[in-house]
Design a protein around this ligand. Structure first.
Ligand SMILES: [Zn+2]
Ligand SMILES: [Zn+2]
Length: 241
């Protein structure tokens, strides 16, 4: 990849994520129209119900965006955080992979907390209350949960000492994986088994959106699915439904 392209990505991180989000949204929308599992609902109406969450979550994003810059700058100046104790700063590939895994584990812990704590579940329930899970469900997050999630991520970045470019690169990948998990489409069984060994698939995340226990409290993974297997939270879709 040439340097100018990388420089553009790192200096316009928010813009890159937005362009990627909009492009993937429309690609996913088209895939859902052709290969979707659920058809018996009003897709546009459903999307218009979820769309206002973009606006209600904007103040939190802007407010904590400033805090993110401050924390990332402070940890990199002071070489503070778990990642610095590994002494892998010069090996960019290893640093990125380690950062990615650590941040993903942080998202995992956060997600389990949102389910297991009564007060937090009230906010997270908004995401789960979508009766049909499709690409617009990715937008559906209570503003308070948005603030809690960003604050937790900020704290996690502080303790891990994750550096800016690795966080940004992960966020760009995360735009893709979050949308992939929610798309109204199912992978063929064999492909789901292979990809699902490492990554969260739409098939796996659909189980997480099931309205009944114990399915709601399983498959918490954000990008990687192996945390669920390691911590015995992994489940396949109930055969009956
Ligand atoms: Zn959940
Ligand atoms: Zn979800």
């Amino acid at each position: 990849m040439n340097h100018q392209f990388l420089n553009f990505i790192f200096s316009h991180g928010d813009l890159v994520q937005m362009i990627l989000f909009v492009s993937l949204f429309f690609i996913s929308w088209t895939i859902e129209n052709i290969y979707g599992v659920f058809f018996n609902y009003r897709k546009w109406k459903h999307a218009f119900i979820n769309a206002p969450f973009i606006i209600t979550n904007l103040p939190g994003q802007l407010l904590l965006g400033v805090a993110f810059v401050g924390v990332i700058r402070w940890t990199s100046i002071h070489h503070f955080g778990l990642l610095y104790s590994f002494h892998i700063e010069k090996n960019h590939v290893l640093l990125f992979l380690t950062t990615f895994i650590l941040l993903d584990f942080g998202e995992y812990i956060y997600h389990v907390f949102m389910h297991k704590t009564k007060t937090l579940w009230r906010f997270h329930l908004v995401h789960h209350s979508d009766k049909i899970v499709d690409i617009s469900t990715t937008l559906r997050e209570h503003p308070a949960e948005n603030l809690i999630r960003l604050s937790f991520t900020l704290l996690w970045i502080f303790f891990t000492g994750a550096i800016f470019w690795a966080i940004l690169l992960r966020q760009i990948i995360q735009v893709f994986t979050t949308m992939f998990a929610h798309i109204n489409y199912r992978l063929p069984e064999k492909m789901d088994i292979i990809i699902g060994c490492i990554f969260i698939t739409p098939n796996l995340h659909q189980v997480h959106h099931h309205y009944q226990m114990p399915y709601t409290n399983c498959n918490y993974g954000d990008v990687f699915s192996f945390w669920d297997r390691l911590l015995e939270h992994s489940k396949s879709y109930p055969a009956r439904i």
